[in-house]
Design a protein around this ligand. Structure first.
Ligand code: NAP
Ligand code: GDD
Length: 350
């Protein structure tokens, strides 16, 4: 049996860990790379030598390329559609994934994060591959937004708070709709925040650990943040990509699952923990935009707050309940919050 996977967003944090995971399991991995004027493949450069990795330029805003890539895969592996052993896994991780930026480019976000999913699902159908395809949609805890219950599970109503969250909600529902309407193996993982040393530098955790590294090297004198009191359920991306794969192996059929650590921490706590690992003792003075984090040992003021990093509508707290994934899929996150902070700090403070 050919084990074949197509990954959109392969150059992103999750795409890179997922590709490593699938290649180790013997999959032929196909990845869609977005054309960029500068190098955007750093996270997968170490996988280039593997013959089982196939990269194609493409974009979720362009149906013609999705069609060409999926047809190429069909020609190579799935000419005989009657072969019951055929299995084609598609992981739709590609997205404009920054919540704050989605307020600035809302139409683009909708085109890629919402309609892009529809384009991909329709391409699977139009190439005649829906019976052998197993489709994973990267849904998000951002869909819970202004949360209506704590913690959030698969039955919690959604209340998105950003163009990103709204676009992802469309994709969540269209995935469910195609499962019900066309009997496709299509499921969504509702993933809470997951980080790693490969996290994009403008997400808060990585912004903190990069700044810490720069402060230690004397390249940066302060870190400016937004809402210090936002709470997030932060796990490690490596654990979460395994959960994505497990969803597509579920013997009970396609379903939606929350992946989360089931504990949350504030941005403030992340900062304190990260800086403590490098000998700082951060305490806070002032309030609101005048709040400052300083090192009690030296009195040095290191953390500042700016309006610039607040969102027009904030998601104040997210806390997951991943009991369903733990029970049905046997999934558990292995990396603790302390281990996550430590791994990111060590990686950025070399
Ligand atoms: P990421 O690092 O921002 O990666 C996003 C990927 O999507 C990148 O490969 C990016 O390409 C690609 N992409 C962007 N626009 C595209 C387009 N128009 N067409 C095709 N590909 C495009 O995000 P991540 O953290 O790995 O997250 C993976 C997915 O899970 C995303 O859909 C995200 O929204 C979702 N999610 C993430 C989290 C989390 O906490 N990390 C939680 C829940 C859900 P470039 O490299 O060229 O930018
Ligand atoms: N990015 C950023 N930069 N966030 C900050 C900052 C800052 O300087 N200061 C405070 N924050 C707060 C944000 O307001 C938010 O409440 C929290 O830190 C986390 O922000 P991000 O790290 O940008 O992540 P996110 O929760 O908005 O979105 C991420 O997680 C989602 C899952 O819940 C992204 O990965 C999304 O793609 C993903 O769906």
């Amino acid at each position: 049996m050919s084990k074949v996977a197509l990954v959109t967003g392969i150059t992103g944090q999750d795409g890179s860990y997922l590709s490593e995971f699938l290649l180790q399991k013997g999959y032929d991995v196909w990845g869609i790379v977005r054309r960029s004027s500068s190098i955007n493949t750093e996270r997968i450069d170490h996988l280039y030598h593997q013959n089982a990795l196939n990269l194609r330029y493409g974009d979720l805003s362009d149906t013609s390329c999705l069609l060409a890539i999926i047809n190429e895969i069909k020609e190579k592996y799935f000419k005989d559609l009657s072969n019951v052993n055929n299995r084609f896994e598609i992981y739709n991780l590609g997205a404009m994934s920054h919540v704050k930026v989605s307020f600035e480019i809302p139409e683009y976000t909708a085109d890629v994060d919402a309609v892009g999913t529809l384009r991909l699902l329709n391409t699977i159908r139009s190439t005649g591959l829906s019976d052998i395809a197993r489709f994973y949609q990267a849904s998000t805890s951002e869909m819970y937004g202004k949360v209506v219950e704590v913690p959030q599970n698969e039955n919690t109503p959604f209340y998105p708070r950003s163009p990103y969250g709204v676009a992802k909600l469309y994709s969540h529902w269209i995935t469910k709709n195609y499962r019900e309407a066309y009997d496709m193996y299509a499921c969504s993982g509702i993933l809470f925040n997951h980080e790693s040393p490969r996290r994009g530098p403008t997400f808060v955790t990585r912004k903190v650990t990069i700044a810490l590294g720069n402060i230690l090297k004397g390249k940066q004198d302060k870190l400016v943040l937004g809402n210090l009191d936002a709470k997030r359920d932060w796990g490690h991306a490596k654990d979460y990509v395994e959960g994505m794969w497990l969803m597509l192996q579920n013997p009970n059929g396609p379903d939606d699952f929350v992946l989360s650590t089931n504990e949350f921490h504030t941005v403030r706590e992340f900062v304190e923990k990260a800086f403590a690992l490098k000998g700082f003792d951060i305490q806070w003075k002032g309030s609101g935009l005048s709040e400052v984090g300083y090192d009690t040992k030296t009195g040095r003021e290191l953390i500042f707050v700016s309006e610039k990093y607040f969102r027009p509508a904030e998601v104040e707290e997210l806390l997951g309940d991943s009991t369903k994934a733990r029970t049905i899929l046997g999934w558990t996150p292995k990396c603790s919050f302390d281990e996550l902070v430590s791994e990111m700090v060590e990686s950025d403070c070399l």
